[in-house]
Design a protein around this ligand. Structure first.
Ligand SMILES: [Mn+2]
Length: 321
């Protein structure tokens, strides 16, 4: 496995913390500002060089920039121009050695929590979701399941052949929470069977999954049997723990949820290629200054150390990761 961390594209404290934890590879979020064109090679070069000069090699892009993907997911009037721009990213990713695109297909409402202040051990705070408390934002459009499947098919049939030509792998991220709908919006990537249906839309060795392990667990899937079954499909791992089920769950410290994290790491070691990128996901807020959205800088330190410890404890060689 290759440890990455999730980085915004301009340097902040998380870059320093990750470097201090020995992270040398990045899952990067591209700038979502009007002056950044994801189809422009020199715009990419500036971002990639900023990372490389800090000692971080970008390996994964997450997500597909929302300015493009929102239109693709909704299938609106701007869909085709946005797909063209998305396709133009693949040769650029190839040139810069960015091997994986992590893309979700949650339309209108992205990953969602109803609470960011659930007390956890020692006064740490975690996020949680309870369907009974969820209210869709005013003006959220109505989107049906069949429309979403159609829109996903249009995207994948256009994108997958181009990604394959350039050696880029598209790793679909599950819907979080993995419910049939959130208010007026249907959700489709909410079971293992749905992933297999999605892959059949554009069959290719370059189309697979981001194994956001706790999301699959909240679906009620047996994550321990999915890893060997999807050994050729898991291109990227989100290392995350939680307690509950799709309609009501909470995040936890990485050592404290319902998933057997050591067993999962052993399975990744056994089943996945050595260079598979992994990153920690959704951490508790530790200390009053830490962000409460699951992406706090301090909370990541424990998660990163825990991940590195498990990887070191299962390494083929004492110094390997
Ligand atoms: Mn995830």
């Amino acid at each position: 496995m290759i440890i990455t961390d999730y980085f915004r594209s301009t340097r902040d404290l998380t870059w320093d913390y990750a470097l201090q934890c020995g992270v040398a590879h990045g899952t990067i979020r591209l700038p979502e500002t009007p002056d950044f064109d994801p189809a422009n090679r020199s715009h990419w070069r500036a971002v990639v060089e900023r990372f490389r000069s800090a000692g971080i090699s970008p390996l994964v892009v997450e997500p597909l920039p929302n300015a493009l993907h929102d239109h693709i997911k909704l299938g609106d009037a701007r869909r085709d121009e946005c797909i063209e721009k998305a396709l133009a990213m693949f040769p650029i990713m190839e040139e810069f050695g960015v091997k994986v695109l992590c893309a979700n297909f949650m339309a209108a409402i992205g990953w969602t929590r109803t609470r960011q202040d659930l007390p956890d051990r020692g006064g740490a705070l975690v996020t949680g979701f309870d369907e009974a408390e969820f209210r869709a934002p005013e003006g959220t459009p109505e989107i049906s399941e069949s429309t979403l499947w159609d829109n996903l098919a249009v995207f994948l049939r256009a994108a997958v052949p181009v990604a394959e030509k350039h050696g880029v792998r598209i790793a679909l991220h599950p819907d979080d929470p993995p419910l049939p709908r959130l208010g007026p919006v249907a959700r489709i990537l909410r079971s293992a069977a749905a992933f297999e249906r999605a892959w059949a839309l554009a069959p290719s060795p370059c189309l697979g999954a981001t194994f956001c392990q706790a999301t699959f667990a909240m679906m009620g899937e047996d994550v321990y049997s999915l890893v060997p079954r999807w050994r050729d499909r898991i291109f990227f791992v989100h290392f995350r723990n939680a307690r509950g089920a799709a309609a009501r769950f909470r995040e936890t410290f990485h050592d404290d949820g319902q998933l057997d994290m050591a067993r999962l790491i052993r399975l990744y070691r056994e089943c996945l290629p050595e260079g598979t990128p992994i990153r920690v996901d959704h951490v508790p807020a530790m200390g009053s200054a830490d962000a409460r959205d699951g992406y706090g800088a301090t909370g990541r330190l424990f998660a990163l150390g825990y991940l590195r410890g498990l990887l070191s404890g299962t390494a083929a060689t004492p110094d390997g990761i």
